[in-house]
Design a binder for this molecule. Structure first.
Ligand code: GLA
Length: 353
């Protein structure tokens, strides 16, 4: 990418990038103070920066072909500019010396596919600002500030998983993260395995309202059980005393946390890991009620393929993507085979990565 000079008539001074992510295990555990296991996808977002000569920031997105001007203190722009202005504002509010910039944005992370394009944008921007202004920020600070930018300047009350993954995960290393303490470890994917991500072709429906409803249900369940968060339940039999659907919601969170801990055990084999993914899907479908027929069908096709170790819906559910852990080197062939069967049922699925 060397278009910066075309847009700004100067060379960029710094460049930073961050990947999109998928979550391998640990779905809906994040806001229950639980454990998650995301990994980076190959697609990334790049941000190039140079200082601006005046108080105006200028952001240009190559993908959107959009130019945004923003002066610190003015109302935050909408669209992609909100994330960038949000990053600048979060740092300035904390007293970091951040001046106006010219920024060029380029990304191949699909937007709106549950691959966390927003976290990739925030983290790439913050890493670029850190480099340009030589800010004393470690990687966890980057993730926390990215989360603050998203919450305060785009109004989306997200957890910390996506920003931590965009900051720390790699394509071969899963981020095993305790969302309460932010302790983390990078762990290799099981030997002889690789990942595929297939979009069901069904856009997420109702996901905002259902997402919030699940959040409230988990909070209510924790209150009824007298714990700060469902992560704190030690006696899993206790959840069966809750009225439905709270018992099922809590059961999902508790069993999902346990699955992440098992998956993070050293030297786990691909087939054991795959079984945990299958169990996660079952739990998301039966107990957490976030699956839909298209996702169940796609997951069933993947799970029945002899070279697939395990598969499940990924992200919030109600549409969006499924992931599968497959035998190394066979992912693309498997995806193509499964997509033929999936599309034969009238679905418009496609390979994301
Ligand atoms: C979405 C959110 C994530 C996480 C999942 C559910 O993908 O972006 O932060 O809450 O839902 O696990």
């Amino acid at each position: 990418m060397n278009k910066f000079a075309d847009y700004f008539n100067i060379q960029p001074v710094v460049e930073a990038s961050a990947p999109g992510r998928i979550n391998l295990l640990g779905e809906y555990t994040e806001y229950n103070d639980g454990f998650v296991l995301p990994i980076a996808i190959p697609q990334r977002t790049w941000v190039q920066l140079a200082p601006s000569n005046d108080p105006w920031n200028t952001f240009f997105s190559i993908n959107l072909n959009q130019l945004v001007h923003y002066r610190a203190g003015d109302p935050v722009p909408t669209g992609f500019g909100a994330y960038l202005a949000g990053c600048i504002n979060v740092l300035r509010e904390k007293g970091y010396s951040v001046h106006a910039v010219n920024a060029l944005i380029h990304s191949n992370v699909p937007i709106g596919a549950g691959l966390s394009s927003s976290a990739a944008l925030e983290v790439a921007m913050l890493k670029a600002l850190r480099a340009l202004f030589e800010l004393a920020l470690n990687d966890i600070d980057i993730a926390l500030n990215a989360q603050q930018a998203e919450i305060h300047f785009t109004g989306i009350h997200c957890g910390i998983m996506d920003q931590m993954a965009a900051t720390l995960a790699t394509e071969r290393n899963m981020l095993f993260l305790d969302t309460r303490t932010l302790n983390y470890k990078l762990l290799p994917l099981p030997k002889q395995s690789e990942l595929i991500v297939i979009h069901s072709g069904v856009p997420r429906r109702l996901s905002d309202s259902a997402y919030n409803q699940r959040r409230i249900e988990c909070k209510t369940a924790a209150q009824k059980l007298g714990v700060t968060a469902l992560r704190d339940i030690v006696d899993s039999a206790a959840v069966e005393t809750l009225p439905p659907p709270l018992n099922r919601r809590a059961r999902h969170v508790i069993t999902e946390n346990a699955r992440v801990l098992m998956a993070a055990a050293a030297g786990i084999k691909a087939d054991e890991f795959g079984k945990l993914m299958n169990a996660s899907h079952q739990s998301l479908s039966d107990d957490f009620d976030v699956s839909i027929p298209a996702l169940n069908y796609l997951v069933a096709l993947l799970q029945s393929h002899p070279a697939v170790y395990g598969a499940r819906l990924s992200g919030a559910g109600f549409g969006g993507a499924c992931i599968a852990l497959t035998r190394n080197g066979l992912g693309l062939d498997i995806a193509n085979e499964v997509l033929v069967d999936f599309q034969a049922e009238g679905y418009r699925g496609y390979l994301l990565t």
